[in-house]
Design a protein around this ligand. Structure first.
Ligand code: ZN
Length: 175
């Protein structure tokens, strides 16, 4: 995308809308998956400023984006800016992580759209332990899954593989 095209934004042909409880990085990861590009590539094609530095948890723990970037993504996705501001990660939550907590049932059973797994913003809160819906202890996946996955679908596949591997290790231990 050329520099001048940023001033007159052509919206993306299709863009999944962010869910109210979704994390911005997760939403961006879903858009990237839709276009089969990496989150970094999507950012490069969409924003007029460099990709913010990510920590050990990659794009899922996306630092709060600038007002200009917010306007650009809102225009591209035909969204109200407020909607995108709502899913931003508070800067106080940004830290280096070894693992990311989440609830598998909530991840795959999205009440608003069963066909669209999504990463909840509340799972990024550094001290979160329990699922607010199921009242169960959250599972974890290595933060590197997001660092090494180019977009949300790739991360979902890696999460499934990780869960299978853990299950297999559990069975082996019982023998
Ligand atoms: Zn849950």
């Amino acid at each position: 995308m050329s520099a001048e095209s940023h001033s007159s934004v052509t919206p993306w042909p299709v863009a999944p809308r962010p869910f109210y409880e979704e994390a911005f990085g997760g939403w961006l990861g879903r858009v990237a998956a839709r276009y089969q590009v990496s989150v970094a590539m999507l950012w490069e094609m969409s924003a007029s400023e460099p990709l913010p530095a990510h920590g050990t948890a990659g794009w899922i723990l996306f630092p709060p984006i600038s007002k200009i970037a917010l306007q650009q993504f809102a225009a591209l996705a035909r969204l109200d800016e407020q909607r995108l501001r709502h899913v931003q990660t508070p800067s106080a939550w940004i830290s280096e992580r070894r693992c990311m907590p989440y609830c598998f049932r909530c991840l795959v059973l999205n009440d608003a759209d069963v066909s669209a797994p999504r990463w909840k913003r509340e799972w990024l809160e550094p001290t979160v332990e329990f699922c607010t819906v199921h009242h169960t202890l959250l599972e974890t996946v290595p933060a590197s899954i997001f660092r090494l996955s180019s977009h949300f679908d790739a991360a979902l596949r890696a999460i499934s593989r990780y869960r299978e591997m853990r299950k297999f290790e559990g069975i082996r231990r019982l023998r």
